[in-house]
Design a protein around this ligand. Structure first.
Ligand SMILES: *Cc1c(COP(=O)(O)O)cnc(C)c1O
Ligand SMILES: [Zn+2]
Length: 396
């Protein structure tokens, strides 16, 4: 088999498009959100991508990271496709837990294998790589922990600077990690929303590029690779249901975008998984908006949960998350912290997989999803284990 040569492949990205008002923007500009304030997506010329991106060429590719399908990723030059080995995480059959619940095809995509222990590395790898290609090398981010660690790692890799703002109660282990990776780390009184406010002020004052969730178009492209991989790992037939712990929603909307692009490329058919969004019962703005039939989610007061990545009281992409859930005929469900902790223990002791609270929340939701009739025992179900148990040490 001939090995596919990536060095000639460029990206087929050609414009940024607003997901709300439809305005298009120049892809070579340092855009963050649209002038209307909403989320920008990257548009690809998929006819052009098809010239090199087909089944045969994919199968010959030896690169197993987020740049595997470089044609539909947003970086143009090979030298800016930075990597620490993110992506291509295993899909593991949860036989023991599946048997107990009578679920015949239960899997977890174990994202704890990623650099810095969570899937945040996918998004920050794409965002930092593209920003560096655009000549940016000063970054700022507010974080509950994982996004900061991932930014710090890719900033180190690209000789850039990362300025990181996180709540005082961020696990000390992650604060240590962020400092060890060479970032400029700041602890902030209050919640992630307070960290967000200070990051925004400091970013504007110092001309640092803000890579907050979905406030620039490229983190979603990195998260999109979870969907690309899922299709390839399951031999181009998507599962019946995806269960995803939702905070800012980058992953759920990124995967949904991936499926559309794969279908247009002729790599999958029109069948889509039900996208099932899981939140914590003490911070569940998306679940509430879904149940109430709303297009936007209201701010969740007094958000508090051990699943720090889900402690997002207000998401800029709420309308996209809700759309995805509805279009896919999925659902949204909240689970409480105690049920999450039980699922963490069960995954560790019965499956040998030590997941973060957010990741385990997907498993915590299974019983309720079954009894509500949202999933069936013979369906192929993939839960996303978004982070390593070591990223939520306080939960054990
Ligand atoms: C950030 C985070 C989430 C939420 O991810 P989104 O794609 O922004 O919804 C879930 N799990 C972990 C471990 C996280 O760090
Ligand atoms: Zn717009």
């Amino acid at each position: 088999m001939t090995v596919f040569d990536y060095t000639n492949v460029s990206s087929s990205a050609f414009q940024l498009r607003c997901t709300a008002c439809g305005d298009v923007h120049n892809i070579q500009a340092k855009h963050r959100t649209c002038s209307c304030g909403k989320v920008l997506f990257v548009d690809y010329d998929l006819e052009k991508a098809k010239e090199t991106l087909d089944l045969g060429s994919i199968q010959s590719r030896h690169r197993y990271n987020i740049w595997r399908m470089a044609e539909i990723m947003p970086v143009f030059e090979e030298k800016h496709r930075y990597s620490l080995g993110e992506g291509w995480t295993p899909i593991v059959n949860l036989k023991n837990i599946g048997d107990k619940l009578d679920l015949q095809h239960l899997y977890i995509k174990d994202e704890s294998f990623n650099p810095t222990g969570s899937f945040k590395s996918r998004g920050l790898c794409a965002a930092v790589s593209r920003a560096v290609e655009l000549g940016i090398n000063e970054f700022v981010i507010p974080t509950a922990g994982n996004a900061g660690a991932a930014l710090a790692a890719y900033a180190a890799k690209t000789n850039s600077n990362a300025h990181i703002y996180m709540p005082e109660d961020t696990p000390p282990f992650i604060v240590t990690e962020i400092k060890a990776l060479g970032a400029d780390a700041h602890l902030v009184k209050g919640l992630i929303t307070d960290a967000g406010r200070i990051a925004k002020e400091q970013g504007a004052a110092n001309n640092w590029f803000d890579v907050s969730t979905l406030k620039e178009p490229y983190r979603a492209e990195g998260k999109k690779t979870m969907g690309l991989e899922l299709a390839e790992q399951f031999n181009w037939i998507l599962p019946d249901a995806i269960i995803y712990p939702t905070g800012g929603g980058t992953g759920i909307i990124g995967m949904w975008k991936a499926f559309d692009e794969l279908e247009e490329l002729g790599l999958i058919d029109g069948k889509r998984p039900k996208m099932i969004s899981i939140q914590s019962s003490t911070c569940a703005p998306i679940v509430r908006a879904f149940k109430e039939g709303k297009d936007y989610a209201e701010f969740w007061e007094n958000a508090e949960t051990i699943a720090a990545g889900l402690r997002v009281p207000s998401a800029i992409a709420d309308y996209l998350i809700l759309n995805t859930i509805r279009e896919s005929k999925g659902t949204a469900l909240a689970v409480d912290d105690l049920t999450i902790k039980i699922a963490m223990t069960q995954l560790a002791k019965e499956e040998g997989i030590m997941l973060s609270a957010e990741g385990a929340a997907t498993i915590a939701a299974l019983e309720l999803l079954l009894s509500n009739g949202d999933i069936q025992t013979d369906e192929k179900i993939v839960a996303f284990g978004t982070g390593s148990g070591l990223t939520t040490p306080e939960a054990w």
